[in-house]
Structures are given as structure tokens and as C-alpha cells.
Ligand binder design. Sequence first.
Ligand code: NAD
Ligand code: WQD
Length: 342
Amino acid sequence: MSEAKTILVTGGAGYIGSHTVLCCLQAGYEVVVLDNLSNGHREAVERVEAIAGRAATFVQGDIQDESILDRIFSSHVIEAVIHFAGLKAVGESVQKPVEYYTVNVGGTLSLLAAMERAEVCNIVFSSSATVYGIEAPTPYQESLPRGTTSNPYGASKAMIERILEDLCVSNAGWSVVNLRYFNPIGAHESGRIGEDPQGIPNNLMPFIAQVAVGRRPQLSIFGGDYSTADGTCRRDYLHVMDLAEGHVQALGYLGNKGCHAFNLGTGTPVSVLEMVHAFERVTGVAIPYQIVERRAGDLPEFWADAQLAETALGWSAKRDLDAMMEDTWRWQSANPKGFTSQ
Ligand code: NAD
Ligand code: WQD
């Protein structure tokens, strides 16, 4: 029997990372998680191990620390890296650009340098629909050029994609998959792991979930006068488990040399008001809301052309909006204060 392949997952204690570690364990991979716990939870990895019935190796450390990276690559035979680690709050990135470029771009460079030293040239990178920029026509297609990003967070993702492309030009041995996520929401169906943002949630779904458990009095809907049918912005929300499974599909694609980008989304846009009504319908919990001023930097609507991921990776989103709402609620109601609830 052949040995199980080992995957290094940076940021594996975070929201998308923890769900992906679970899918990797369930697919038979060995997993090493590297996370500095700046926004992740050790408990998330422990719960993943309990669900999978298998252990991962957890290393607490920073992707900017090359000695930790070298130690990981010398003590494990790493087949590929899935790289989630980084800072992700759009508004904070405008306030702290140096920190965002240092951690996201600098941290990725440290990781890539360690990979080169260890001769590991397979990487799946957490990119974002934000790299299409503010002028791109919808639905977003991978053939579009990267556009003008409107904040340092988005710019850091576009820069990293460019760096990975240059790496593939420099050395034909590299295999890179840039996964451009749209709006991941939801939680594992067990309700044991899910999104647990620190402080006031920036994103819509965790905010709705915290209103539902009484942690916040009401939702502010940012703008009701957009040129959409109901006046609120539309996004392509996808279930985090579909997204996590997309990473396992991407690992299978890594035999293809060069740099590849795939959208991971459902291909269907949903408005903020439709999100609120879907949550209320599925859970039976009312969400008080008020329509307020637009949020700076928000685009009226964007969604994925999800065809390429289906053709090339054999991936498409399977779970519908009701499942996203049900699973969010199962997680949030069982863990009203996130991982510190129990
Ligand atoms: P998250 O904050 O829950 O996960 C990121 C993890 O990385 C956390 O566990 C954090 O502790 C860890 N981390 C941060 N800096 C680190 C460092 N210097 N060294 C080691 N570990 C570090 O975020 P998430 O929502 O799971 O996002 C994962 C990735 O996907 C990020 O790169 C994010 O930019 C990208 N992404 C997220 C979304 C989204 O809507 N959530 C959309 C597109 C792309
Ligand atoms: C969705 C919609 C808001 C909160 C962000 C990043 C993007 C990507 C995913 C990483 C918008 C509205 C929100 C609230 C609201 N991340 N909203 N009230 O802005 O599409 O994308 O996360 O790459 O880069 O920009 O997601 O969940 O913040 O907002 O009305 O309290 O919900 O205005 O229309 P967004 P979001």
C-alpha cells in the first residue's frame, strides 16, 4: 500500500482552513497545520480531529518564521502546501497597510523561499474574487485580467498571484493553483466547527448569526439604493464545505505544471435582503434590520462564472442557500460565543 501524502496547511486553525483540514483528513491525506492563532483556534483543529477520527500535526508558529518552516519541511515529506494564513479584514487593511503587506506578501515570500529550499513546488493559494478589481464585468471569468483593487488586502492577493506566476515562469517544476473564492459562509453540518470572528463581524453572515443569538441588537444593511432589484448588493455566497472540497479537488490538479486560477462560487448572486429572508425562513428566527448608508468600497453586485472549475477540477457547489443557513444556525446556536462557548 502506498504511503499517505502529507499536506502542509498554513492557517489551518482558521475558518476555511479548519473545514479544509477536515476534508483532507477524510480524503486520506496526512496534515500538518501551521498557524500562529492570531485569528484561529486550537480548539477548531481538535474538533476537526474528533469529527475525522484522525489526528493532524499542529505547529503553532508564524509563516514569517523561516526556521519553523525549515523545521517542518525537514521533518515531514510535504507533497503540497495549501496556503490560507494571512490577514483578511478589508477595512483594517486600509488602516494598517504595512502590516497587511508584511504578513500577506512577506509571509508568502518566506513560505515560498522555504518551499524552494525543500524542493516542494506544489501550492494551492487562497485568492479572492477581489482580484478582478472594481471595473470587471460580471460574471467574473478567469480569462479577465486582474483589475484595480480598492484596498491593501485586495492588492496583497493580486500581488501574491503575480509572484506565483513569476515563480512558474522561473521554474517549470512549479504547480500553482490560485483559488479565487467568492463569499464563503456556513459551517460543517455537525455544528462543531464554524466561523468565529473576533470583535464585531465585518461580514454579513456572521453578523446575521450573532443578531439571531442575541449578541447584536440588529443588522445594519449597507445601502438600499443600489441598481439591483431590491436595492441591496448581490454576492455569490457559497457553502464553506463546498469550498473546502474544492481544495481537495485542487490538490488532485497539482500534477498540472504552471500557474492556474479557478473561481470557486455557485454562479448565482443573492441580495442582502434575500439573505436575511432566507435565514428567517429556514431558522424561524426574526432578524431586525435597518437600512443605513452604503459602505465605502462595496460594489453593487458580482458573482462567479463557475464553469472552469467544473470542467478542469470536476468541482461545482453542491449545497444550496437553505443548507448554508441551516448549517450556520446549527453552529451559531450550539456555540453562541464561538469556540469559547463550552
Ligand atoms: P481566518 O482568519 O479564519 O484564517 C486565517 C488563519 O491564518 C487564522 O487561523 C490565523 O490565525 C492564521 N494566520 C494569520 N496570520 C498568520 C501568520 N502570519 N502565520 C501563521 N498563521 C497565520 O480566515 P479565513 O476566512 O479562513 O480565510 C482564509 C484565507 O482565505 C485567507 O487568506 C483569506 O484572505 C482568504 N479568503 C477568505 C475569504 C472569506 O470570505 N473568508 C474570501 C476570499 C479569500
Ligand atoms: C456582503 C454584503 C455588504 C455586513 C468581503 C471582502 C472580500 C472577500 C469576502 C476575502 C455587502 C453587506 C455586510 C453588514 C451588510 N474576502 N453587509 N451589513 O464585502 O462581499 O466581501 O468578504 O477575500 O474580499 O471584501 O462580503 O460579507 O462583508 O458583505 O449590509 O453588517 O453584505 O454591504 O453588500 P463582501 P461581506
